[in-house]
Every structure is written in structure tokens, then in C-alpha cells.
Design a protein around this ligand. Structure first.
Ligand SMILES: Cc1cc2nc3c(=O)[nH]c(=O)nc-3n(C[C@H](O)[C@H](O)[C@H](O)COP(=O)(O)OP(=O)(O)OC[C@H]3O[C@@H](n4cnc5c(N)ncnc54)[C@H](O)[C@@H]3O)c2cc1C
Length: 279
């Protein structure tokens, strides 16, 4: 299908983008990598009167300062996949990135676009929640930081208003005692996950603490498995699987029962990863 007619404007700065969104009173859409947006336009699932292209506004860097990793919203997936700073300071993102779509899509797709789109089966929203990160949301009244856990509101729904731009992402850099784990099951490598799990913990000797297990593909938004976290901290992997506090519903790809079973399989895999120091 072809999209409905729309106007196009290339923003030169972040302020320019916010102004253009404001002038079109909720009837404009930001264009980042276009990897999700263009498909929704072509299928006429959305028909904005204006596309505001933000590819020229910068905001595509990665920095690590004072123990915090900051990534500009326009950083492309491939940039993160190849970044030595991400490999060293954000190993969870490095583990997840090869699972985010296919190489051609990773060449254009951006981290800001992925988080703003908030697909419940996407890897990066779950990673950001597991990392206890936050996003900068910049709008007509300035910039505000929103914790990842408050940013994802529902199915494809976030805390972004119609005139807001997600401008950056921040989370703590991995320390010597940080352990991470990531696993997903998809029909084909690079497809959206049937079920996936992103995890972060702190290690002292053989014991783990501050465990954050965040599932994706099992609900409308990233889901933390609090009871399983507590069991895993006590070193009881079987118990953690039994305690998995998830209630996935059936979808086109699998029943809720199958998803719950797969979540347990992934938990065992990720528990093994968390038990090993990083190379
Ligand atoms: C075949 C296929 C398979 C895919 N598989 C996966 C997968 O397995 N895992 C996965 O995570 N993703 C997958 N994707 C999606 C891909 O990762 C996209 O890059 C991502 O979802 C959107 O990023 P984008 O930069 O292309 O955003 P766009 O498509 O440009 O925008 C998506 C939405 O976010 C809004 N938006 C974009 N940037 C901002 C911003 N900075 N602030 C506010 N709003 C913004 C747009 O207005 C639009 O509504 C797949 C895509 C395709 C086409």
C-alpha cells in the first residue's frame, strides 16, 4: 500500500523539531530511522499531515562520564553494536543488539525510535528497565528525565506527549561487580522475540544481589519478575523458575502457557550467564 499524502520538514535542531510538532497540534510525527514508522504509514495505520525528519539534529553520540553511559536518541543500532564504549560499559546492550532486527534495519533504526515506538516484544525497552535507566524527554517546556519504569505506559504507549522528543538515554555504566544476562527465543534470529529476558545483577563471590529480571514479549510492556529475582538471589534457580510471576496472554505467535514455559527456559539460561564473570 501507499501512504496517505503528508508534508515533510527537515528539522535543523532539537528546538526546531519541537516547534514544528507544536505548529501541527498533534498531527505531526517524528521521523528517525523510519524502520517502524514508514511501515505504519504504508499500511495506513497512521496518517500524519507532517513528517518532521530529525536525522539532521545531531544527538547521535555515546559518552561515558562519572560512571554514567549517555546515548543520544539518534544513535543508530549499528553504531551501538560496533561501539567499544558500549561493549565495555554497557555489556547488556552489546548482548542484546545482534537480536534487534536484521542488519539492514539496524543500519537505519535508532535507539530513540525503538524506545519511543515501545513495541512490547522489542529488546531495548526491556534492557533500559533492567539497567534502571532513564530517558530525557524534551518538549515545549524544556527537558525532563523520566525513569524507564515510568516511561513505558502500555501497549505502544509511553510518557511522550505529542510535542515531545525523546532526546537521550542514560543508565549506570557497568562496574567490576556488574553481571548481565540476555536471552530470547524468536522464530528466526533477528525477528521480534516470542519471549525474551534482559537481566542485571551485582556479584560478590558466588552470590548475586540487586537482581533485575525484565521480560519482553510477555505483556503490554517490559515486565519485571520480582518473585523470581528474590529466589535467584537466594541461589535457588529451580525455585526462581517455579516462582516466575508472569501471566502472559495468548497472542498470534504462542499461547500464554507456552510463553510461560519459555520464560522459565530463558531464566535458566540467563541464570548461567549471571553466574559467570564477564570475560
Ligand atoms: C522487519 C523488521 C523487523 C524488526 N525487528 C525488530 C526486533 O526484532 N527488535 C526490535 O527492537 N525492533 C525491531 N524492528 C524495529 C526497529 O528496531 C526500528 O528501528 C525501531 O522500532 C524504530 O526505530 P526508528 O529509529 O526506525 O524509528 P521510526 O520508525 O522513525 O519511528 C518510530 C516511532 O517513534 C517515533 N520516534 C522516533 N524517534 C523519536 C524520538 N527521538 N522521540 C520521540 N519519538 C520518536 C516516531 O514518530 C514513530 O512514531 C524491526 C523492524 C522491521 C521493519
Amino acid at each position: 500500500m501507499k501512504p496517505a499524502p503528508f508534508a515533510y520538514a527537515k528539522a535543523r535542531t532539537l528546538d526546531d523539531a519541537i516547534r514544528l510538532l507544536g505548529e501541527h497540534k498533534g498531527d505531526a510525527k517524528l521521523l528517525a530511522g523510519g524502520q517502524s514508522l514508514i511501515a505504519t504509514l504504508n499500511m495506513r495505520l497512521s496518517s500524519p499531515s507532517l513528517l518532521v525528519d530529525i536525522n539532521g539534529i545531531g544527538l547521535d553520540g555515546v559518552s561515558v562520564k562519572d560512571g554514567v553511559v549517555e546515548i543520544g536518541a539518534l544513535a543508530r543500532h549499528v553504531t551501538l553494536e560496533r561501539s567499544s564504549d558500549i561493549a565495555k560499559h554497557a555489556p547488556l546492550i552489546a548482548l542484546a543488539m545482534p537480536h534487534v532486527a536484521h542488519p539492514a534495519i539496524r543500519n537505519r533504526g535508532t535507539i530513540g525510535g525503538s524506545l519511543a515506538y515501545a513495541d512490547p516484544a522489542a529488546e531495548l525497552p526491556a534492557c533500559l528497565v533492567a539497567l534502571d535507566g532513564e530517558v530525557d524527554v524534551t518538549g515545549p517546556n524544556g527537558k525532563r528525565a523520566v525513569k524507564a519504569a515510568d516511561f513505558f505506559k502500555g501497549l505502544f504507549e509511553t510518557a511522550l506527549g505529542a510535542h515531545d522528543v525523546l532526546s537521550a538515554i542514560r543508565f549506570p555504566a557497568a562496574a567490576a561487580d556488574t553481571r548481565v544476562g540476555f536471552a530470547e527465543l524468536a522464530r528466526r534470529h533477528g525477528d521480534y522475540a516470542l519471549v525474551g529476558l534482559a537481566a542485571v545483577a551485582k556479584a560478590k563471590g558466588k552470590s548475586l544481589s540487586d537482581i533485575r529480571l525484565v521480560y519482553f514479549g510477555v505483556g503490554a510492556l517490559p515486565v519485571r519478575a520480582h518473585k523470581a529475582e528474590a529466589a535467584l538471589a537466594a541461589g535457588a534457580v529451580d525455585e526462581a523458575v517455579k516462582m516466575l510471576d508472569l501471566d502472559p496472554s495468548d497472542d498470534l505467535h504462542a499461547s500464554g502457557t507456552v510463553k510461560k514455559h519459555l520464560a522459565g527456559v530463558l531464566l535458566r539460561r540467563v541464570a548461567e550467564q549471571l553466574a559467570e564473570p564477564r570475560a
